[in-house]
Design a protein around this ligand. Sequence first.
Ligand code: GDD
Ligand code: MN
Length: 346
Amino acid sequence: MISVIIPTYNEKDNLNELFSRIERSLNGLSHEIIIVDDKSPDETADKVKELSSSYPVKVIVRPKKLGLSSAVMDGLSIARGNVIAVMDADLQHPPEVLPTLYEKIEEGCDIVIASRYIKGGSVENWSLIRKLISKGSIVLAWILLPQVRWIKDPVSGYFMFRRQVIRDCRLNPRGFKILMEILVKGNYSRVCETPYTFGLRRRGISKLGASTIISYVLHILDLSSPIVRFALVGAFGTLVNLGVLWILRYALGIFHEIASALAIEISVLSNFSLNDLWTFRRKRKVSVIESIIRYHLANASGILVQYATSVALFKVIGLESLTSQFIGIIFGFLFNYALSRKIVWW
Ligand code: GDD
Ligand code: MN
């Protein structure tokens, strides 16, 4: 059985056409439609109930607008199918693609993505800026998440998967890219993509605005591996270090020897805080104070490794000094990461 999960918020006027096109597409295949509505002011849910005498549709009504991913997860909790489809209600995801998605599942794919970015797929009438945002968000995911690197449209909202893909995995209900969660955390061996045209919204308005860009970036960072987050914290720490140094030196006129030490210490503490709260999600086994001490010890040797590498490359091998320093920084970083994991967040 296929369970088609469709989150809705103010989509009343799309339901008639949506249901009739799904019915025509899935004709002959056992299926159910699950609408997860967030108490839409336009009374989408009432309309669904009205139509439930003609279509195999159930509706979950949630108390307020709680977001796309959590809607899909609530839909999953009542879905009876061993195959799950997720799509939008506004007909930008043409229901006629459903049979193709299912065919690929039958051919042995675990997850099938309706894709705008493989041969044959497209978007209708997008402005250059909208295209750039969409492509940019995909490239960001490719850079930070190795699991999606060979997938052309990992941010698609239209896809089908075998239910066992998400068995025992803890999906995050925050955000709106549930597919990304599944691709990073799910158990599967084959992902397939099939092309479609992302049409224009014909009725109602899009609910995903500018704030979703920030929430998307935070979501991707959350899904990334600790070494990526550790590197970002390190890069940010470099800015903190230089910023503090600049203020102490040039705004307050403090001696370099003191300013430099303070700047380093503040950046070490800020790195510690970010790594603790975010990179390693407070998975430490000792108190904060002891962790801070351990972090300093781990860091101290990282700096020494960096310095020693740099000096050795410069003096012994005779490499150019900036190159030596750069290689030293990379060595120091890797050493630091390994050691922090061993003695602070083991
Ligand atoms: N229950 C619920 N709660 N539904 C919601 C919410 C919410 O907070 N926000 C949006 N929806 C519903 C809408 O009613 C619609 O059916 C669907 O989720 C998608 O919302 P749109 O507002 O139409 O999003 P979009 O067209 O900008 O973006 C879609 O397409 C992109 C490209 O494939 C989404 O599917 C994106 O996830 C996708 O990347
Ligand atoms: Mn839409």
